[in-house]
Write a protein that binds this ligand. Sequence first.
Ligand code: HEC
Length: 226
Amino acid sequence: MKTQFARNAAIAVCLMCSAGQRPALADSLTASNTVFLPGETLTLTYTADQAATQDVYLWFEFGDKVMFMDENGGMSNYMAGATTPARLKSPVAGKYRLLTFTQPGWFYSSVVAYSAKGRPGSDALAPGNLDSQSLRAQPLSFTEVPGKGVAAAVNGGALYAGHCASCHEDDPGLNNRNRVRNGIDPKTTRAAIQQNKGGMGVLSPLSSSELIAIAAWIANPRFDCH
Ligand code: HEC
């Protein structure tokens, strides 16, 4: 999975350059560089804000893949140059489950979701067929494994003090003991845990959002002054 996502990321960069007709919509990008644990799910929430015309398409892009959602919540691969099947038009508003992870992994690439009008009977995303005026970013979210530290994730400092400081010292801003500042990228900490570096394997129960909160705190440690 790691290798696959790394490859996808490289291809995604190329796609971005060639897909010049699509504006960048950074606000739909909520899953970039996120570490996922088994059972975690990436969800797209589609609000059909574009009047009930018959030619709205909904799709998401991740790595080198573009996937269309159909009206029943199914997904189909987009193939450039091929006619976009009519059944992929006009998805109903609601939540679409995009991916559920079955093994630990992480995204190197971003995931973005869009809806737009595209002309029927053609390649919906081809230049000229996509109505860029109607293009909307659609929000993505990811669901934690139930019961795994969502509330705790808001306090990266407390998590660091409890799980990391014993081997990395209290203030990662003042020291870089055992290269702890590499943990500014949560993927590096996840990898260290998976490889049991320095005995860190015991930390494998930490959830994605806990590692992300810890990473944010390592990047910018703040201590309350009483
Ligand atoms: C039991 C001691 C221990 C604990 C607890 C621990 N670490 Fe480590 N960590 C180490 C040691 C030792 C190394 C250096 C390992 C090596 O060089 O092979 C290390 C390395 C790292 C690295 C560098 C990895 C790399 O490849 O550059 C990061 C980042 C890191 N730890 C983050 C954390 C975070 C964040 C926590 C808390 C969630 C944590 N560690 C908890 C002992 C620990």
